[in-house]
Design a binder for this molecule. Structure first.
Ligand code: AMP
Length: 146
């Protein structure tokens, strides 16, 4: 069992660890599935946020969601990629965290998700918090506590 005497780091604001919105690949409501597939393939990310025209977070889109949406009975209906909109196939019940939340909340949620979307109080997309960045920080605290 790992024991850390100083647990103050659990209360540090997550805002310090966010990958800011301008560096995050995303798609917008109204974009078609073909565009989203291009973004996902070119960036190599497994999932990306979906934003509306006001930059508010609306959902998440993954390669799997796109593939599922064009699965026919006996073949993949590639021709539908151009007509399907990302808002028809995205996942909307997604976990997210606010810029004012603390390290501990991020850590708890990241156990089940490789990254979390981060929003301002008004729902504006601020960026993402990844498991990789949080684990790096966690490792730093553990090593410096020895
Ligand atoms: P990583 O920590 O780099 O392995 O990223 C884990 C996941 O977070 C990726 O597969 C993406 O879904 C998402 N992600 C990380 N960085 C970005 C980014 N700059 N833009 C969009 N999504 C990202």
């Amino acid at each position: 069992m790992i024991s850390v005497n100083n647990k103050e780091f659990l209360f540090t604001p997550i805002v310090e660890y966010i990958i800011s919105s301008e560096k995050v690949a995303h798609v917008q409501i109204g974009n078609n599935a073909e565009h989203a597939l291009l973004v996902l393939t070119k960036t190599g990310y497994s999932a990306i946020p979906v934003l509306d025209s006001k930059y508010h977070l609306q959902g998440l889109l993954s390669m799997r969601m796109i593939t599922d949406s064009i699965l026919g009975l006996d073949h993949i209906e590639y021709e539908r990629l151009g007509e399907l909109k990302v808002d028809e196939i995205m996942q909307t019940d997604i976990p997210f965290i606010k810029t004012t939340d603390r390290f501990q909340k991020g850590l708890d949620l990241l156990i089940n998700h490789p990254f979390l979307c981060v929003t301002e109080e008004d729902g504006t997309f601020a960026g993402i918090l990844t498991r990789r960045v949080m684990l790096k920080q966690f490792k730093k605290y553990i090593y410096s506590a020895q």
